[in-house]
Design a protein around this ligand. Structure first.
Ligand SMILES: *Cc1c(COP(=O)(O)O)cnc(C)c1O
Length: 389
């Protein structure tokens, strides 16, 4: 059976390993090397163009790294991928590879905080302009397009407030103006959202989150086709991007259980979210799979599942009380990441005008990642914490 044509659960089990090439080893081994030895001098010709599956030097990839790279491109439905040292590096590389001095990028104001910071602090000194747009924008995006707009960035759902973007409307505007489209699809993984099928050019993911799944690695990936990928690969080589084969091995291992983990995260998160919706101290729950979320229809249109990360707004409360509540959590760790097996909570601050759309005076946003604990225990933990509010 052709694995690439099989269902995704089968692909997750088989992609990125080839026992016949590795002495029958079921898993692709960790190749620890910097140098690759050639058997004949004639083979060491400095290539004009290095192909992204060539083995010339460990920075351009070893069998462990290529195994993950191939698995990611198949899962994303793209021709090619590169693996980067972090999700954030995938984001910066995706932008730097496509944007020139004088270009302009459009970006949702709900983007991952470090993405916003990279754009604000690094792009202007390269002469690249940016405009932030509301994540719920549709046809009005047209009015923000400038003659020099080169890239449309998306992140769906957006960090913190979980707005789902109207991908069809945005992609069609971008296509009319020859604008390259990119999406940070870390939340959904290739299981729940298929950006390439919707005409998006570049998919960026933090593999640190669900693909790794065990809070012990940092990695990212970029998938794309054709000319767009060629530019990404050139920039990847020229910037000296490299990844650890140990981390790539762990990401491959994470893929094996991704479907089972993600479905459990989804189930647990929905149970916790539905309980939070009934809690008197909770003003609203921002989970796109709940019918109460303003983006619920768009989530139904574009996604086939939801994961473990969402937010909720707590009523009128001082910073002291909020911190008391967070500090009293015992199962939820206080942590900035997500996507691992464990539950995490964080006070997510929305900056600027956007806060007014979501929060009234003294309301606070808490972002939680629902892990693989029993959700009934997580509910008890949250109930105790909310008593402080
Ligand atoms: C965590 C995160 C990233 C960055 O990933 P790292 O691997 O930590 O660099 C990018 N995008 C989103 C949406 C994230 O949550």
């Amino acid at each position: 059976m052709d694995i690439k044509k099989s269902r995704v659960q089968t692909q997750l089990t088989h992609l990125g390993r080839a026992p016949e090439k590795h002495h029958g080893m079921v898993n692709t081994p960790v190749y620890k090397t910097s140098t690759i030895i050639f058997s004949k001098a004639e083979e060491i010709i400095e290539k004009e163009q290095i192909h992204h599956t060539d083995k010339t030097y460990a920075r351009t990839g070893t069998p462990t790294i290529h195994a993950l790279q191939n698995a990611m491109s198949h899962l994303d439905g793209a021709d090619n991928s590169v693996i980067t040292s972090s999700g954030m590096h995938a984001i910066s590389l995706a932008m730097l590879s496509q944007l020139n001095s004088g270009d302009h990028i459009l970006l949702p104001e709900s983007s991952y905080r470090c993405t916003l910071r990279f754009v604000e602090e690094e792009l202007p000194r390269l002469g690249i302009e940016y405009t932030f747009y509301k994540p719920t924008i549709t046809n009005e995006l047209e009015t923000l397009v400038q003659p020099n707009t080169k890239m449309l960035w998306m992140e769906s759902p957006g960090s913190g407030t979980m707005d789902i973007q109207d991908i069809d409307a945005l992609v069609s505007i971008a296509k009319n103006h020859n604008i390259i489209t990119a999406v940070d699809s870390t939340w959904a993984t290739p299981l729940f959202f298929r950006p390439i099928d919707l005409g998006i050019d570049i998919i960026v993911q933090s593999l640190t989150k669900y693909i790794g799944g065990h809070s012990d690695i940092l990695l990212g990936s970029i998938s794309a086709n054709g000319q767009v990928f060629e530019k990404i690969y050139k920039c990847f080589l020229n910037c000296g991007t490299a990844t650890s084969p140990d981390d790539c091995y762990l990401a491959l291992r994470g893929l094996r259980s991704l479907d089972a983990r993600l479905r459990q995260h989804e189930k647990n998160a929905l149970k916790v979210a539905q309980w939070l919706e009934t809690h008197p101290k909770v003003e609203k729950v921002l989970h796109p799979a709940l019918s109460s979320h303003p983006s619920n229809n768009l989530w139904k249109k574009y996604f086939t599942g939801s994961s473990g990360l969402f937010s909720f707004v707590v009523q009128d409360c001082s910073t002291d009380n909020l911190y008391k509540a967070l500090n009293s959590l015992s199962l939820f760790g206080l942590g900035l990441s997500w996507g691992g097996y464990e539950s995490l909570a964080w006070h997510y601050e929305i900056s600027g005008d956007r806060a007014k759309t979501y929060l009234q005076d003294n309301q606070r946003l808490i972002r939680i990642h629902v892990g693989l604990e029993n959700p009934d225990d997580l509910i008890v933990d949250l109930a105790n914490a909310l008593n402080n509010i």
